[in-house]
Ligand binder design. Structure first.
Ligand SMILES: [Zn+2]
Length: 385
């Protein structure tokens, strides 16, 4: 067995111990004190591993963490990316107790994505133990606001990615363990409609209904969909009007938009801004846009995937690939054109669901795979045909 695999397999208990410790420290994005309790524990582990750890305060959650390993003067940098905030409130662990059963470890945030963080940590420990960090710098960026749109971490993510030859995102794998070589871009729009109020019984023609206008706009928005090209628009929220006997003055809708390519994302933004009222005396106001650009499967992304696939094959594993409609911070690094591979984290199921879990038998080989991938990317070998 290659030494990286051997090392990772022999540290299974360490991995499970660190992981369960992090899951117990619940860390919802919206509770900065709780996020920081988890972040402090994580920072301790990273320090023990020999990392230079920085806490980077954020305006949207607890502090983000950046840890640097290997040689500060190395020509090449590889980035590991993920988040330690979760969607679950503090106390959720009472409803979703940490437990191991049938080879699965259950708990809030275990799959999305505390197990991914620990996989990344074990990979770097394996590289250090094999003295393979000497000409390489590995930067881990573990952010604290991903589940709320990464507003304060986006700049940091992009800054580190620009200096990296590859970015490995430790978000959960696709079902069965496949990695993600593309993600749709994600947008949110708000459409506000203004009409003219009037008494619905006495003087209806004096009014102009914002609700009628919104209904027409919902049809117009539906016409922008193109499922074949991966363009989706979902009018997920509508509201409007005050009383049944009043012609509605106000109505609004909130729309989720996804697109697989930058071109389609721009087209949707333009089309949304180009919406015009259908009914006389109503007006529209459109806000919002794409907050995560699409992460497209470029040639370099495909090449990185093929390297990962061949490393996995050498370990007797079949590593599949796929794309997803869900966003991650990998959207930012992929959109910058930095070779990115996402979904390298845990195998499991139930992200944001009550049965959230990881398959424990898959944790250590994913770490060994990542370790080899980091070493090759850091040496430039991934660029070889
Ligand atoms: Zn996640």
């Amino acid at each position: 067995m290659p030494p990286l695999s051997e090392f990772c397999n022999s540290r299974r208990e360490w991995l499970i111990g660190v992981l369960t410790g992090l899951v117990r420290l619940e860390s919802p994005t919206t509770d900065p004190a709780a996020v920081d309790r988890c972040g402090e524990r994580l920072a301790e582990h990273l320090g023990e591993m020999g990392g230079a750890v920085e806490r980077i305060p954020s305006s949207t959650s607890g502090a983000h963490l950046r840890a640097t390993f290997g040689s500060a003067s190395a020509a090449r940098q590889v980035m590991l990316l993920g988040h330690f905030d979760t969607v679950w409130p503090v106390g959720q662990i009472e409803r979703m107790p940490l437990r191991e059963s049938d080879g699965r470890l259950y708990g809030p945030g275990v799959f999305d994505m505390k197990a991914g963080i620990v996989i990344g940590m074990l990979a770097v420990r394996a590289l250090a133990a094999a003295s393979r960090l000497d000409d390489l710098r590995v930067v881990m960026l573990w952010t604290a606001d991903e589940e709320r749109g990464s507003r304060s971490s986006r700049g940091l993510v992009e800054e580190e990615a620009r200096g990296s030859s590859a970015v490995f995102v430790l978000e959960p794998a696709l079902p069965g363990g496949a990695v993600k070589t593309g993600r749709k871009g994600c947008g949110e729009f708000e459409l506000r409609v203004r009409g003219v109020p009037a008494h619905a019984g006495i003087d209806p023609t004096r009014g102009a209904s914002a609700i009628d206008e919104l209904a027409a706009q919902i049809r117009a928005i539906g016409a922008l969909r193109d499922h074949g090209r991966g363009v989706t628009l979902n009018v997920g929220v509508i509201e409007g009007g005050d009383r049944p006997n009043v012609v509605a003055e106000h109505a609004r809708a909130v729309i989720d938009a996804r697109a697989a390519t930058m071109e389609d994302a721009h087209r949707i933004e333009q089309s949304m801004q180009a919406l015009r009222p259908v009914l006389e005396r109503t007006s529209l106001e459109v806000g919002g846009g794409f907050s995560r650009p699409p992460f497209e499967r470029t040639e370099e992304v495909a090449r990185l995937y093929h390297v990962a696939r061949s490393i996995a094959a050498g370990m007797g594993r079949d590593l599949g690939e796929g794309t997803t409609g869900g966003g991650s911070d990998g959207n930012f690094t992929g959109a910058l054109g930095v070779p990115t591979l996402d979904g390298l984290g845990a195998v499991g199921d139930g992200a944001h669901a009550l049965d959230e879990h990881v398959v424990t038998a898959d944790l250590t080989w994913r770490a060994a795979l990542l370790a080899e991938l980091i070493a090759r990317s850091g040496s430039g070998q991934e660029l070889a045909p």
